[in-house]
Design a protein around this ligand. Structure first.
Ligand SMILES: C[S@@+](CC[C@H](N)C(=O)[O-])C[C@H]1O[C@@H](n2cnc3c(N)ncnc32)[C@H](O)[C@@H]1O
Length: 391
């Protein structure tokens, strides 16, 4: 499916969709996208199935994609009160991720642990077990120290270590005597776990992958099966896999759109004046409150160009043009978004197949709703062929 419709989603084609728009097989799809109103666009950006259902009458493959992206889900848990000082939503994700799982080994490692919330949950009922030894690895010394302080304060038998998982030092935590948990481990971080974990024969891996494009220079699948595939998405293409706004707050989404609009207006400004703007300063969402003139001044400064004031008339023209461009871009992007979850599943299935190729039994499910976390796929792999896999 990805191969057949590469013109709709692959980054180099999706920039302007020129080639896809020239093909009669996509005429009805782009016509339907142009007719969407702003509210529809806003809603469909965050809901894969609603997007596919809306476009089904104009794009026959939408129905097949909806079938292909179905992954069985664990039952939703009711919200539990987080321990003091922890964010409620993250704690709910941790609970959902651990739901139904048990470590098969007493030596438990949390890979790229942050403050070690998995470890903290394992120190509390229903997981609490005096035999468990719980250690976490993270490169960020502040997170490691904050996690160790919490462990000490609440007398939790766990310890975090500052460790670059790409270094040889991490291998002492990967052995047949270890169960490894990795919640929201980005691209290269989870690929490295799978490669080294399989090599060292880790007993059990529980992984929720995220941000497939991060910590990889050039994305290469791990499994022999996908290595042999003629389709080779680039690292840049993989950004599409995590483009979903279901959990962003309305204010954040509005701020992000405002900055996108000003970015386009700044490009128009540069084109009109014939100046070259090769770098763009990335500004925090709070910059959306400071107005276009501030945004433009920042970008001119980033390119060592003198600040130029724009007249009220020119500012209006620039912003009106940018609004037209952005509306067109947002509607076309929905054509690519139809393939978002497919691309994500292709990366995740690569991990599943790689583990199977190395003798693991593997289960894949969806551990929470996209509203709680859009990165909600869970891989559970264990050595041996037990039907229940430690659940
Ligand atoms: C998306 S966060 C997930 C954190 C935690 N598992 C959670 O779900 O809250 C990724 C973590 O990977 C850590 N990280 C990034 N590069 C790393 C590396 N080379 N070695 C170890 N940890 C790394 C970051 O510091 C960050 O805490």
């Amino acid at each position: 499916m990805l191969q057949e419709h590469v013109l709709l989603w692959q980054a180099e084609h999706a920039r302007d969709h020129r080639e896809a728009q020239s093909q009669s097989r996509y005429a009805s799809l782009f016509e339907a996208l142009r007719r969407l109103n702003d509210d529809d666009v806003w809603q469909l950006q965050g809901d894969d199935l609603a997007l596919l259902n809306t476009l089904r009458p104009h794009f026959a493959s939408a129905r097949d994609i909806a079938g292909l992206i179905h992954v069985p889900g664990a039952e939703e848990l009711s919200a539990v009160e987080p321990p003091p000082g922890l964010p409620g939503k993250k704690w709910q994700q941790v609970q959902a991720f651990l739901n139904g799982l048990r470590p098969r080994q007493q030596r438990v490692v949390e890979w790229c642990s942050g403050k070690g919330l998995i470890g903290e949950a394992l120190c509390l009922p229903p997981f609490l077990s005096p035999e468990l030894s719980i250690e976490g690895l993270d490169i960020d010394e502040h997170l490691v120290s904050a996690g160790n302080q919490r462990a000490q304060k609440y007398q939790q038998p766990r310890r975090l270590h500052q460790c670059d998982i790409f270094s040889r030092a991490s291998e002492q935590w990967l052995s047949p005597a270890h169960t490894v948990f990795a919640l929201h481990a980005c691209g290269g971080l989870h690929q490295h776990l799978l490669e080294r974990g399989c090599e060292q024969g880790v007993a059990q891996i529980l992984l929720s992958p995220c941000c497939y494009h991060r910590f990889v220079d050039h994305y290469v699948p791990l499994s022999a099966q996908l290595k042999a595939s003629p389709l080779a998405p680039s690292t840049n293409d993989l950004r599409l896999a995590v483009r979903q706004t279901a959990t962003a707050r309305q204010g954040e989404r509005e701020a992000r759109r405002q900055l996108q609009l000003w970015h386009l207006a700044t490009k128009q400004f540069a084109a009109r004046r014939g100046v070259s703007m090769s770098s763009y300063r990335s500004l925090p969402h709070s910059a959306a409150k400071r107005g276009f003139d501030y945004f433009l001044a920042q970008q001119l400064d980033a390119n060592r160009l003198p600040n130029k004031l724009v007249s009220d008339g020119e500012r209006k023209e620039l912003l009106d043009d940018a609004e037209r461009l952005l509306c067109d871009q947002e509607r076309r992007e929905l054509a690519a978004m139809m393939f978002r979850r497919l691309l994500e599943l292709r990366c995740v299935l690569d991990s599943v197949v790689y583990l199977e190729e190395h003798g693991y039994t593997v289960a894949l499910d969806r551990f929470c709703s996209p509203q709680l976390s859009p990165r909600n796929l869970r891989i559970h792999a264990w050595r041996g062929a037990s039907a229940i896999g430690g659940i």
